[in-house]
Design a protein. Structure first.
Length: 256
């Protein structure tokens, strides 16, 4: 009698092989569960670098990290997540040092000035975003005037119709910070973009328009470095013309 050959669709492993496969899968699942619940991988040490204005506690809170957190579980649940961190932070990098340590490196946004709005001061960073809202001037930064603010959201640009003025003042304040003049210059007024005015304790500085602003602020810095700076009105509207300080005329006083 001839044998009949049966051809089946798909490979069917022997029963012994299937049993071995299920044992491997069960062991793998058990291993994963042990790791996800093991105290060996619970967070015990945290190292944070780069923060001066944002506290360690605030950073950990934003990252949803606390002592005892299982690092494997945290890594799986936050693998592609983008946590909403403090607007004063421009970058946050997390490094796992197994079995129970995390290292966090942050970059803080460079703040450049304050805009007064409805009883509060909005601290602006070099990107033009609102870093903080505060009732006190926490940093030595210029107060920005000449801009009308509609509303604001932390981490975003001001809601203002004065777009051109806002772009100008962000640029001016960033240059001041670059030249370390954010302490010396107390106020930046961009109400008239053809005559941007800076104020120090002694000088009212008329810068003209935005042309050659980097060079103009460089000249201002060299003037403020002098041991004795006379009080008055500094004219620096055109670097091709004379740069001079005009004495201020007090009310009732005539110029000599």
């Amino acid at each position: 009698m001839a044998r009949v050959l049966k051809i089946q669709n798909g490979y069917q492993p022997p029963k012994r092989s299937r049993k071995k496969l299920w044992l491997i899968i069960a062991a793998l699942v058990l291993f994963i569960l042990l790791i996800l619940n093991s105290s060996i991988f619970s967070l015990k040490h945290v190292e944070i670098e780069g923060n001066t204005r944002v506290s360690d506690e605030k950073i950990l809170e934003d990252l949803e990290l606390e002592m005892g957190t299982n690092l494997f579980r945290y890594m799986l649940t936050h693998l592609n997540a983008e946590p909403k961190v403090d607007p004063r932070l421009s970058a946050v990098d997390i490094y796992f040092s197994w079995p129970n340590t995390i290292k966090i490196k942050v970059d803080e946004s460079m703040t450049i000035g304050y805009v007064y709005f409805q009883g509060t001061y909005l601290c602006i960073d070099r990107k033009g975003h609102v870093a903080t809202s505060t009732y006190t001037l926490d940093e030595d930064l210029p107060i920005i005037k000449g801009i009308e603010v509609g509303s604001f959201s932390l981490g975003e640009s001001l809601d203002t119709k004065d777009t051109q003025r806002y772009e100008a003042v962000v640029s001016v304040c960033a240059i001041l910070r670059k030249h370390d003049l954010n302490v010396a210059v107390a106020e930046v007024n961009v109400r008239n973009l053809d005559d941007i005015v800076l104020y120090t304790d002694k000088l009212e500085i008329h810068c003209g328009g935005m042309n050659e602003m980097e060079q103009k602020i460089g000249v201002i810095g060299s003037i403020l470095e002098k041991p004795e700076v006379p009080a008055g009105i500094l004219h620096i509207e055109d670097l091709d013309q004379q740069v001079y300080i005009e004495p201020k005329i007090k009310p009732g006083q005539t110029q000599q």
